[in-house]
Design a protein around this ligand. Structure first.
Ligand code: PGA
Length: 244
């Protein structure tokens, strides 16, 4: 599974152009490709992808409430039928928009309630890694963020391990460290939901993934795909990553 998080880039016209180029440069798909444009472009992109089986649509955020006086927010019922996936708990939302694990847990529940599959992002920052707290941080995030999710719902979740210091920085996490964390995440899932459910939950890596390093991450045990930011709006690079 390869997820392209376009973040706050590309207007609707540019989003549609990117899809046309990806469509040409990805002649056949080997993995599930999820594209996450901004909210304004979502409808037009959904329309464009109507008869296209290569790409699936995802959103970048969801409010934890289904409706109400929440100026500027987008809810699950609004995304339902449009986005199949939604990114939740991205470090940019945790840091820049002060989202804590309590609100993230509610967002995960809101997505599930509205039949949208959450891509839950977890990961430690530089300080936590240096202090030897990377594993603890990620396990705590998982514990809290999944607190409202029961096994039958958990199968719909994807976990993205994204060390904060690796996002948009060009600093790659060592595959060896990613492998260790992916195993810890898998063990956590087995412990919480049992073997059968854990085996159905995909674990992705994200953070400065590009055309040169993607292969190495995809080869890691317990890593089932990638969450790509910056490189996902470059059609040549993203097409290359999607065809590994
Ligand atoms: P990046 O972003 O690939 O630009 O590091 C990844 C992400 O934010 O999900």
């Amino acid at each position: 599974m390869i997820v392209g998080n376009w973040k706050m880039n590309l207007n609707t016209k540019q989003s549609l152009t990117l899809i046309e180029r990806l469509d040409i440069h990805i002649p056949s798909v080997r993995s599930k490709i999820v594209l996450c444009p901004n909210f304004v472009a979502l409808n037009a992109v959904a329309e464009k992808l109507k008869n296209n089986s290569k790409f699936v649509l995802g959103a970048q955020n969801i409010n934890d409430n289904d409706e109400g006086a929440f100026t500027g927010e987008i809810s699950g019922p609004m995304l339902k039928g449009l986005a199949k996936y939604v990114i939740i708990g991205h470090s940019e939302r945790r840091i820049l928009f002060s989202e804590d694990d309590e609100i993230i847990a509610k967002k995960v529940a809101a997505a599930i309630r509205n039949n949208i599959r959450p891509i839950l992002c977890v990961g430690e920052n530089t300080h936590q890694r240096q202090e030897g707290l990377a594993r603890r941080t990620v396990m705590d995030q998982l514990e809290e963020d999944l607190s409202e999710i029961i096994p039958s719902e958990a199968v719909k979740i994807t976990i993205a391990y994204e060390p904060v210091w690796a996002i948009g920085s060009g600093l790659n996490a060592e595959p060896h460290d990613v492998e260790k964390m992916a195993l810890d995440i898998y063990r956590f899932l087995v412990n919480k939901y049992g073997n059968e459910t854990a085996d159905k939950i995909k674990i992705l890596y994200g953070g400065s993934v590009n055309g040169d390093n993607a292969r190495a991450y995809l080869d890691i045990n317990n890593i089932n795909g990638l969450l790509v930011g910056g490189a996902s709006i470059n059609y040549k690079t993203f097409a290359k990553i999607c065809q590994f």
